[in-house]
Design a protein around this ligand. Structure first.
Ligand code: F6R
Length: 239
């Protein structure tokens, strides 16, 4: 695992460099995207590089990690909407190849179809991850088996509280989400995890230096052969 500690703005530029390197070598790369506050700086840089003509996603395909169950893609708090606002509408990735799990159809067939679609696209080349305060990656909450594929999870109260800031009230935060599983994430050829802020310091220490255990889902990245972790100084404070 490679660890890079720097200021958040610099991390966004460095992480964007992984995308320019990958897409210049492999224009039809398969990208795994994440939502939440953490990737916003990176997405802004990717949009800028695209505007400047330095980065094209025209031949790429993407798969997002997760989506809230019960939120339609037009709902302002859905992750599909988030991706449209913050990335997809500003780059040239063809929307028919920009996949986000369905929050409206979570049948076993549709969930298994997400993993099949990733495999059919050739597997994910570069999977972006944030980390939850409880160590979740995607919405794989503590206790999720490492062998899990795309599935529906019940969100923990701590995750719902953490995400309530985006909703009018905690009651509006969905109780379930569809998420890539830990095996789905670990199958990616490269992982890129970003952690920003003091609130992530304890969980970053546990995930990077503690035992590899389903109780800290992000600890599984210690087992990945090609993983780069980008932390700002606050998130790296306890390393
Ligand atoms: C989002 C996701 C989550 C977030 C995590 C951190 O697609 O998969 O694991 O990365 O909850 O969220 P932020 O970045 O808002 O702190």
């Amino acid at each position: 695992m490679k660890l890079i500690v720097d200021k958040a703005a610099r991390l966004a530029e460095l992480a964007a460099g992984q995308y320019t390197a990958l897409l210049s070598n492999k224009p039809a790369a398969v990208l795994g995207f994440a939502t939440g506050s953490t990737p916003l700086g990176l997405y802004a840089v990717l949009c800028r590089l695209h505007r400047e003509g330095k980065l094209s996603f025209r031949e790429a395909t993407s798969f997002n990690l997760d989506e809230y169950v019960g939120l339609a893609p037009t709902h302002e708090q859905s992750y599909k909407y988030f991706m449209m606002q913050n990335l997809f509408s500003q780059i040239d990735l063809p929307l028919e190849r920009a996949h986000v799990p369905s929050g409206m159809d979570v049948s076993a067939e549709t969930l298994a179809g997400y993993d099949r679609a990733i495999a059919a696209a050739g597997g994910i080349d570069l999977q972006l991850l944030g980390i939850g305060n409880n160590g979740h990656i995607g919405f794989n909450e503590p206790g999720t088996p490492f062998e899990s594929l795309t599935h529906v999870v019940r969100l923990t109260e701590s995750t719902r509280q953490a995400n309530a800031r985006f909703f009018d009230s905690i009651d509006q935060v969905p109780t379930q989400a569809a998420t890539m599983g830990i095996r789905t994430v670990m199958n990616a050829r490269s992982l890129l995890l970003i952690a920003l802020g003091r609130a992530k310091a304890e969980i970053i220490r546990a995930a990077l230096t503690g035992p590899v255990t389903p109780e800290v889902p992000a600890s599984v990245i210690q087992l990945h052969p090609d993983c780069t972790v980008y932390c700002d100084e606050e998130a790296a404070a306890l390393l």
